[in-house]
Design a protein around this ligand. Structure first.
Ligand code: SF4
Ligand code: SF4
Ligand code: SF4
Length: 263
């Protein structure tokens, strides 16, 4: 085969691969299952760079033991290179940005940097909204009961009676962990009968309106992600129609143009 033929074959191979990827993405299929394993993973607050994290996390589980919200898990066998390391799946439970960041302070290896135990240093990732037309706020619908019930299932501290009734009360005898998790549900209870804005109402960022707010859109309302978002994932946990995602380790300026309606 001549050099020219070799070059032509290489070119066809490259352009065909790009073409297939474009077709898949045009059909809304962005990643093959085998590529999904390499998607960035949401780490607990204070995590050092992913490269460093993979070297430093010793899979000890200290961070998840002290997390009062049970937000942290250790990766199972599907975790590939980082099997056994700490991560957060925001669909199951976001990070509630505890004031003193006990996870960071408990980490013995430096995988979670103790120096970052202040909200101004937390940059877990950035929230993005896909398919805004599915947002319940656009048509003023309240969250479906099944979605509220599902959030009750995210907590492991409830009594059988509370699980059954989907109603919690503070008795004064709770541990700090029980109280914090019940506080989430008590707040949720005040929101379940109003038009959905759970993502914005439940955002734990200390000045939440700097991270997310509701704005007018198409005759209704829609959530707007703002500059202070730290990617804690609570809005993902709350969203009844699953249209919010966290892009780990990205900042606002990596994704958004300031002042532009981001839909
Ligand atoms: S800040 Fe709090 S809620 Fe978030 S992961 Fe750490 S301990 Fe858990
Ligand atoms: S405490 Fe630190 S080293 Fe231990 S599992 Fe959590 S992140 Fe990894
Ligand atoms: S908008 Fe709020 S709840 Fe959602 S990821 Fe950002 S800081 Fe967390």
């Amino acid at each position: 085969m001549s050099l020219e033929d070799k070059k032509r074959r290489k070119f066809i191979k490259q352009t065909t691969s790009v073409g297939i990827l474009s077709l898949l993405s045009g059909a809304g299929i962005y990643l093959a299952p085998s590529l999904k394993a390499s998607e960035p993973i949401l780490r607990p607050p204070g995590a050092v760079s992913e490269e460093q994290y993979l070297k430093l996390c010793i899979k000890c589980g200290q961070c998840l033991q002290v997390c009062p919200y049970d937000a942290i898990e250790l990766e199972d066998i599907d975790g590939g290179a980082s099997v056994g390391m700490a991560f957060i799946d925001p669909q199951k439970r976001g990070c509630y940005l505890c004031e003193a960041f006990p996870c960071m302070l408990a980490c013995p290896s430096g995988a979670l940097d103790h120096e970052h135990d202040n909200i101004k240093y937390v940059e877990m990732g950035m929230a993005i909204i896909n398919n805004i037309d599915a947002c319940l706020a656009l048509s003023g619908k309240k969250p479906p009961k099944s979605a509220i019930d599902n959030i009750y299932n995210h907590t492991k501290i409830l009594s059988d009676q509370e699980k059954e009734s989907k109603k919690v009360n503070l008795t004064g005898n709770e541990t700090e962990k029980e109280k914090l998790q019940k506080d989430v549900l008590i707040k949720l209870d005040t929101l379940k009968e109003k038009p959905c804005s759970l993502c914005a109402d439940m955002c734990p960022f200390p000045t939440s309106e700097d991270a997310i707010g509701m704005i007018d859109y198409k005759g209704g309302l829609m959530p707007e992600i703002r500059e202070a978002c730290v990617g804690c994932g609570v809005c993902v946990e709350m969203c009844p129609v699953d249209i919010i995602k966290i892009v780990p380790r990205k900042k606002y300026s990596d994704i958004y143009i300031k002042g532009k309606k981001n839909v």
